[in-house]
Design a protein around this ligand. Structure first.
Ligand code: ADP
Ligand code: MG
Length: 463
């Protein structure tokens, strides 16, 4: 089981987080309802307890098909380990009953619907409080918050709310924040990945409990589906569409996330797509440097609350924010390594140390270099002339304008000087280039059609 659990954790958290924290886990004891894991250091134990234990329990229980109690121990050098067995789940839970409805979701008390329908586990750290707002996610966050805080009696505002973004930009974080908040507000919430929806529906069909499954599905206030791009199979999609329609008609809220806009979900049932398009679609854009810095800051504050010894100076945080540019997962990975480095050396992390430990996460973030040759080629193609026409001294109108546009683009999209551009355009004088640049600048201001063409050319060159 651990192998499967490990594989899933790796897929969910990324290779980096996985190898930082899970590689050294060993299994000391594995019974059907109780498992003991061990790690080499106290630090690892406390980190995993705080951050990943719920997730391990959830995954293990799913793989085992029943609730499993998990205990994490520190291995001693002599191999002497306590042999008492962790208390199985029922036993551990007994003294706590009756459990009052949780005010804040803490990941362990999932609502009844969430359980019945095999909802995906919620990560208690993924809340609105820990979701850092930035330019790229303001709209998505605001819409999600409205939905999360609205009450069953409120008019349904955006239905469905569809959030799309590339990997690691915060979709799951936002959806889980919605789920947790709405659940704490007393609503019946179901948070499911599309994969789980597929799985649940297929299983229900096999067990001939499909009707019960559908009934249960329609009995909720808020349905949240993550990773819609993984909704598989014609029948499942048709069922999903019925569910959407039934819930929407009953005034229930739906929130969906996917990795692309509805129009680009090629394998999606047309009816689902048009239903989605009828709601509100918002995109979360790439994390800009400010947002990356703020996210790191938030993580540091959180980590320091538990381990006050952590010390990562602001300069190092800026360095990481500037250089780890891809997405939130790389940022998580980089942050974990900073912490690990800090723990290993027992010294504040320096920029050199950070540089070494995150090297492979740093994408060379050079802005794309546009080449003059490419400009000439693409402009020529667009105006249906040849590149040698553009370089030639011909002065017919059909060639003069494209040539001027190409020179203008060369000046505005590259760092080349006017004389250099002149040389690259068949040995022209720099004043000729300047004249062309001014000419086009003037025209772009007056002629919307030309301005549009120039913009389109720029986009092609930047692709
Ligand atoms: P997605 O589901 O879009 O692939 P996730 O929600 O899993 O992305 O985000 C990846 C990681 O980045 C998570 O650890 C998440 O908490 C973090 N993250 C992304 N955006 C933000 C944000 N705005 N504030 C705080 N953390 C964020
Ligand atoms: Mg996700």
């Amino acid at each position: 089981i651990w192998e499967r659990v490990g594989r899933r954790l790796r897929a969910e958290l990324g290779e980096d987080v996985f190898s930082s924290w899970f590689k050294s886990i060993e299994i000391d004891l594995a019974e059907t309802d109780a498992v003991r894991l061990s790690v080499p250091t106290r630090f690892l134990k406390s980190w995993i307890d705080h951050h990943y234990k719920d997730r391990i329990i959830a995954r293990w229980s799913e793989e085992a098909g029943q609730p499993v109690a998990i205990d994490i121990m520190v291995r001693t050098a002599a191999g002497a380990r306590a042999v008492s067995r962790p208390r199985p789940v029922e036993e551990a839970a007994r003294p706590a009953a009756p459990v009052p409805a949780p005010q804040r979701h803490d990941g362990t008390h999932l609502s009844a619907v969430q359980n019945t329908l095999g909802g995906s586990p919620l990560d208690p750290r993924l809340t609105f409080e820990t979701f850092v707002q930035g330019r790229s996610n303001t709209l998505a966050r605001a819409a999600a918050l409205q939905v999360a805080q609205s009450r069953p009696t409120d008019a349904v505002l955006f239905n469905p709310l569809y959030i799309h973004a590339g990997v690691g930009l915060g979709k799951t974080h936002l959806l889980q924040a919605v789920a947790g908040t709405a659940q704490a507000g007393g609503r019946r919430v179901l948070y499911l990945t599309a994969e789980k929806f597929t799985f649940g529906f297929v299983a229900a069909l096999k067990n001939q409990t499909a009707i019960a499954f559908k009934e249960a599905l329609r009995n909720i206030d808020l349905l949240i589906i993550d990773d819609l791009q993984f909704l598989q199979g014609k029948q499942t999609q048709a069922e999903f569409c019925h569910t959407l329609n039934a819930l929407i008609d009953a005034g229930r809220q739906i929130v969906v996330a996917g990795d692309r806009p509805p129009s680009d979900l090629e394998n999606l049932d047309e009816r689902v797509r048009s239903r989605l398009a009828g709601g509100l679609t918002v995109e979360i854009g790439a994390l800009d440097e400010n947002l990356r810095f703020d996210i790191l800051k938030q993580k540091l504050a959180h980590a320091r609350a538990q381990h006050p010894g952590f010390d990562v100076p602001p300069t190092v945080m800026s360095y990481v924010a500037k250089n780890v540019t891809q997405n939130g997962r790389d940022l998580d990975g980089a942050f974990n390594r900073l912490i690990a480095t800090n723990r290993l050396t027992n010294q504040p992390v320096t920029i050199e140390m950070a540089e070494r430990s995150i090297r492979d996460l740093v994408r060379i973030a050079e802005p794309k270099r546009v080449k003059i040759e490419d400009i000439q080629k693409i402009v020529a193609q667009h105006y249906n002339v040849s590149r040698s026409d553009i370089l030639s001294s011909r002065r017919t109108a059909t060639v003069v304008r494209p040539r001027q546009i190409a020179m203008y683009l060369a000046k505005t999209m590259t760092l080349r000087s006017l004389p250099e551009i002149g040389r690259r355009f068949g040995g022209r004088d720099h004043t000729t280039v300047l004249h062309a640049v001014r000419k086009i600048e003037g025209l772009v201001g007056q002629d919307p059609a030309l301005s549009e063409e120039v913009e389109a050319l720029k986009r092609r060159l930047n692709d």
